[in-house]
Design a protein around this ligand. Structure first.
Ligand SMILES: [Zn+2]
Length: 440
């Protein structure tokens, strides 16, 4: 029982810090609520011409189906690897190969990860081919396969280290290893977020200083940042050469501390006006000012702890129920990694709508912040906001009437038609209205 009360207090403390909204955005302001009500019944803010509309419906159906097929296929593959005794055979090969634990763990992970990567490859190839056909991707097969190889190397390196850590903890704490796994997950999660823009992103794309590529834009974004009291000097703004691979448009903020930076894709720079890019940059800054990064990190750490708790019990249930059939006698058997992976995949799938609904509410707050922070710098934030969503949506053939179930399950942002409509109706500087994050 001591463990249970400890767990409950950890969850309670972190949940209070993470979930409790700060007073500034505890509730929607009357101006915001009225704009949201108007937006919800306005499907005219984001529209597509008839030919693009027909194409967008086909495209969203294709990607929605592909997403669910890939999810189910991923689970089926893991189940078959267990049921056909492949996991037990891979374990035998690893154990016969060497007596050294590290060599055994690496050998098992190499076989297992290579197998699931290869079995998932046909569906990923179908997805890439479709992206090229629809005009979203301009990446040629050799470069695409190169990225797949880099993905595999990262997966193998990080996967093997994680597996070795799990097995080390399992030997010391046979019933509580899932709990001891939590602090290193948090530590390496933070380290990974810090290092991603420095070590991982440059593996896939080239970056240049934004101030060099477009000094006028860098200056305008600096103005937006200083209006929002955000420390984002020009040296922290980068242009990513995305056009080598994609026709998609994007800008984002990543990293934290000394690795924090704003990244604008060159594809966005080519198509959007400085005002539209300022709105997108303002939205991104909103995530920092409103503490979304810290809140997101805390929420995901609570989520991970709960997921480990549930995952451990699913793992134990599967082992005791099917262990004999799968030839996996104990949790310390290398083949048990496949069972663990299956538990992780199941939990991630069912946790997705929870994480996404939290994300959608933060994204909406960032939209509000973005539209307010550019006030006085962008002449007409409502029109520029609506135009930026029209541009983002139209360039990717985003369906103006997406499936409600798919949006609920997989939508990390509110649907684009709603974001465009909100931008159109939200004018906190009109007489009698009140901004949410800035004083008039
Ligand atoms: Zn965002």
């Amino acid at each position: 029982m001591r463990l249970r009360s400890f767990l409950l207090s950890v969850v309670a403390v972190v949940a209070m810090a993470g979930l409790a909204p700060s007073p500034a955005h505890a509730v929607a302001t009357p101006t915001e609520a009225a704009a949201m009500a108007a937006a919800n019944s306005d499907h005219t803010a984001y529209t597509l011409p008839p030919d693009k509309l027909a194409k967008s419906v086909g495209i969203s159906r294709f990607y929605d189906s592909l997403y669910f097929i890939r999810t189910v296929w991923g689970m089926v593959v893991l189940f078959l690897i267990l049921q056909l005794g492949i996991a037990a055979r891979m374990r035998a090969i690893a154990v016969n190969w060497s007596a050294n634990r590290w060599a055994q763990g690496s050998a098992f992970m190499f076989q297992f990860l290579l197998l699931i990567t290869l079995l998932g490859l046909p569906l990923r190839m179908i997805g890439h081919q479709a992206s090229v056909r629809y005009g979203f991707s301009v990446q040629h097969w050799p470069s695409w396969f190169g990225d797949q190889a880099k993905d595999f190397m990262l997966l193998f390196g990080l996967g093997t280290m994680s597996a070795m850590l799990v097995f080390l903890l399992m030997r010391r704490f046979p019933r509580r290893w899932w709990l001891w796994l939590w602090p290193p997950t948090v530590f390496f999660g933070l380290l990974g977020t810090f290092l991603q823009p420095l070590l991982i992103d440059p593996l896939y794309s080239k970056f240049e200083p934004l101030g060099k590529a477009n000094p006028a834009l860098a200056e305008q974004i600096e103005k937006v940042a200083s209006h929002g009291k955000i420390d984002l000097p020009r040296e922290r703004m980068f242009l990513m050469i995305a056009s080598a691979k994609t026709t998609g448009l994007n800008a984002y903020v990543t990293g934290f501390g000394s690795s924090k930076r704003l990244v604008v894709w060159d594809t966005l720079l080519a198509k959007a006006t400085p005002d539209e890019i300022s709105l997108i940059a303002g939205h991104e800054m909103g995530h920092y000012v409103l503490g979304h990064l810290v809140r997101g990190v805390l929420i995901s750490f609570v989520g991970i702890l709960l997921a480990y708790f549930v995952g451990f019990h699913i793992f134990q249930f599967l082992l005791s129920r099917f262990g004999t059939r799968w030839k996996i006698p104990s949790q310390e058997n290398w083949a048990a990694i496949v069972v663990m992976y299956l538990a992780v995949v199941l939990i991630s799938f069912f946790a997705e709508p929870i994480g996404n609904s939290i994300s959608r509410s933060m994204e909406h707050d960032a939209d509000v912040f973005g539209q307010e922070v550019v006030h006085g710098i962008v002449a007409d934030p409502q029109t520029a906001g609506q135009a930026s969503f029209q541009l983002l949506g139209e360039s990717q053939f985003v369906n103006p009437s997406p499936s409600a179930l798919v949006e609920f399950w997989t939508g990390s942002h509110p649907p684009i038609w709603l974001r465009a409509a909100f931008a159109k109706h939200y004018d906190p500087w009109a007489p009698g209205e009140e901004p949410k994050y800035f004083k008039k």
